[in-house]
Design a protein around this ligand. Structure first.
Ligand SMILES: Nc1ncnc2c1ncn2[C@@H]1O[C@H](COP(=O)(O)OP(=O)(O)O)[C@@H](O)[C@H]1O
Ligand SMILES: CC(=O)N[C@@H](CCC(=O)OP(=O)(O)O)C(=O)O
Length: 288
């Protein structure tokens, strides 16, 4: 690169930092829950970038909480073990054999991948599942889904202790059932429940599309609850986007200030959303 171009790059970087100040002030002390979907964890490089963004967020005073998915990683392991599983409205039908694999893959492999990546970037992250410290107690979802949970009670006290200790919680979406059984929770649903219990300032749902698209395939940058209902009834919001939009509605109703569904594969997606004018994805907030 020519010296002149290099200087221009540094100047642009300094300007970006300068312009981020009002956003950093706005989010100082804020709680931001980030749902990292399995499809957004596309490579080790992407994970390192994400981890850096999270550590930077914390460095400027935000309290980040990560709730992750890992659907594709569960599918890979189920394939290797020749165990079949189906989805109904974006949720996995889960029996005893499946839940064992889900816990192994999510609370074991994926959770430690994220936790380690954050720690490697100089942060301090700790891995949990909803079963730790009574974080997420569930009722069973519809019987057809088997061992799938709907969060009924969330105890966020451990999370507040971790914020005070400058530690980033990384949560795998499993919960304890009323009879002590382990239940599989959709990652979006778990993130929404945690965000509501914390009355988070932002819930960011990172996925593998720009955001919610309309029937013409165009990104909808701001979505009202009515629009979500219409697009869902028309079948435009389908599959994995159903739990995301339903989570957004429940989170808003539960006291979360705003939810954004955005592309987690885009470089520095989280920073772009929080600290620049640009914004990204689809914003859902309480109607004003
Ligand atoms: N209206 C819509 N707008 C955008 N994506 C949609 C829509 N309806 C369904 N989808 C699908 O939802 C998927 C995201 O859900 P999912 O695969 O569960 O993601 P993740 O693993 O990130 O949680 C998108 O890749 C897309 O195929
Ligand atoms: C009940 C249910 O569907 N649980 C999900 C949990 C993982 C998840 O949500 O992963 P993504 O965010 O990557 O889709 C599953 O078993 O796939």
């Amino acid at each position: 690169m020519k010296k002149q171009d290099m200087n221009r790059d540094w100047i642009a970087t300094a300007k970006t930092l300068n312009q981020a100040l009002p956003y950093m002030q706005r989010y100082a002390g804020a709680i931001v829950v980030i749902k990292l979907g399995g499809h957004a964890m596309s490579s080790q490089d992407a994970m390192e970038d994400f981890a850096r963004d999270v550590v930077l967020m914390q460095q400027v005073g935000v309290n980040p909480v990560i709730v992750h998915g890992g659907g594709p990683m569960i599918n890979d392991m189920l394939d290797r073990l020749a165990i079949k599983s189906d989805f109904v409205n974006g949720k996995r039908v889960t029996d005893e054999a499946v839940v064992e694999v889900v816990e192994m893959v999510l609370a074991g492999k994926v959770n430690k991948w994220i936790t380690h990546a954050i720690n490697q970037q100089g942060g301090r992250a700790v891995g949990l599942s909803g079963k730790d410290a009574n974080l997420i107690t569930c009722d069973q979802d519809v019987p057809e889904l088997g061992l799938v949970g709907t969060p009924a009670e969330v105890d966020p006290s451990l999370l507040h202790t971790l914020f005070e200790a400058h530690t980033i919680p990384v949560i795998a979406p499993l919960g304890a059932g009323r009879n002590g059984e382990t239940l599989n929770i959709n990652g979006d649903t778990a993130a929404g429940a945690v965000a509501a219990a914390l009355k988070a300032d932002r819930l960011l749902l990172l996925t593998d599309v720009e955001g919610v698209k309309d029937a013409a395939g165009k990104l909808v940058t701001e979505l009202s609850p009515d629009q979500i209902k219409t697009l869902t009834d028309e079948g435009v919001i389908a599959g994995g986007m159903i739990p995301k939009t339903q989570t957004a509605l429940a989170a808003i109703a539960g006291g979360v200030r705003a939810v954004v569904i955005l592309d987690g594969r885009a470089p520095n997606a989280v920073l772009l959303e929080l600290f620049t004018d640009h914004g990204a994805g689809s914003l859902i907030r309480t109607p004003r």
